[in-house]
Design a protein around this ligand. Sequence first.
Ligand SMILES: Cc1cc2nc3c(=O)[nH]c(=O)nc-3n(C[C@H](O)[C@H](O)[C@H](O)COP(=O)(O)OP(=O)(O)OC[C@H]3O[C@@H](n4cnc5c(N)ncnc54)[C@H](O)[C@@H]3O)c2cc1C
Length: 420
Amino acid sequence: MSGRLVVLGAGTAGTMIVNKLRRKLPRDEWEITVVDRDDVHPYQPGYLFLPFGMYDDSQLARPRHEFVPDGVELVLGEIDRVDTEGETVHLSGGRTLDYDYLVIATGTSPRPDQTPGMLGSEWRRSVFDFYSLEGAQALATALESFDHGRLVVHITDMPIKCPVAPLEFTFLAEAWLREHGLRDRVELVYVTPLPGAFTKPVASAQLGDLLEERKVSVETDFLVESIDNERKCLVSYDEREVPFDLLVTIPLNMGADFVARSGLGNELNYVPVDRHTFLSPEHDNVFAIGDAADLPTSKAGSVAHFSVEIFVDNFLEHVEGKPMTGSFDGHANCFIESGDKKALLIDFNYDTEPLTGTYPVPHAGPLALLKETRANHLGKLAFRWIYWNVLLPGRPIPLPAHMSMAGKHPVLTEPDKESP
Ligand SMILES: Cc1cc2nc3c(=O)[nH]c(=O)nc-3n(C[C@H](O)[C@H](O)[C@H](O)COP(=O)(O)OP(=O)(O)OC[C@H]3O[C@@H](n4cnc5c(N)ncnc54)[C@H](O)[C@@H]3O)c2cc1C
């Protein structure tokens, strides 16, 4: 078997895939190409810490080509369109790449242009985001001179990548204000389109309690219609208003526009795929993985990692005409920074809510699930080293791709506690 594999996107998932598949696909039979628009690979989880001075820019980016192995061609260019009939990728500027197999791993991006008023006169004056490097840098500067008023953290709509990041930002901001002696002068408000603090009910209850303890008021079910720049307030479709002095918003997240131009996406440009194998139901040689895929689990680096583990062996079976035997279970885990050098950790999949217990070793940890600990915080910080040195180069990590129930305990909700 031989062929041409083209991977779109040299981010977290695309980089891992080309590293792992280059080792497995014979070089004299398989050409592998990976495409990205630039040669800068960002460490996106670091954007959370940048506004609080915990990282500087130099720790958050490395040249992409350093992570692309020998025997894989890195093409730098903007993807314009995929022609699935002609099995060709068109880049802006006219270059084309023919493929036998295509993997779409172009992620998701913040789109402030999608909300009326977000890019208005207050953008990067009192309206900021931290889902981009420039946004996080601008917010760091704004925080230096912010010493009183209403700080509003806002999510435009779900799904967003790293859905816990806005909560983490809120907890870190609260701790940062306390450290700087400003907490009494700042009202903190968390505005979400969800009915609670998070998507998963058990974690949502616990995270909601943490917000309450920290005296953060929460505005739920808030679907923003526009931002009024003159009056500095968020306006919802049901005509509620939330005024702010400093707004930290998570703009609508969307998949890449070329996905829509190629007729491959849903209304948010995410590619529908089989949730266990990542194969397009319409095209037997097109896969989508990571944030680009329309999967009912979190958009997160951990999901990209566990997905790639399943995808690589499946891909080898698929190109040999065999049934794919691996089945992704939606496994996700996310550290949740909660301020004061502590963090929680949640671990879940398509079917199982976050549970209490230990991770990754049953009964031993060292990480604790759904509990604030210093070890979890150190785990989150250590992840940056693991990302550059182990994850991206596709080296083995001793973490099972599937969620394990060993060492975990169900969290009893109030009605459960009362039942016999
Ligand atoms: C603030 C923040 C905090 C986060 N924290 C965590 C965390 O703690 N834990 C965690 O697991 N995850 C976290 N994430 C999420 C994580 O970074 C992403 O889920 C992960 O990077 C997804 O990988 P991906 O390969 O799908 O997409 P990406 O890594 O985003 O890669 C997509 C690539 O496609 C390229 N691309 C897109 N469109 C085009 C085009 N038209 N032409 C050419 N190239 C294109 C982009 O340049 C990019 O390099 C965080 C994200 C943010 C923003």
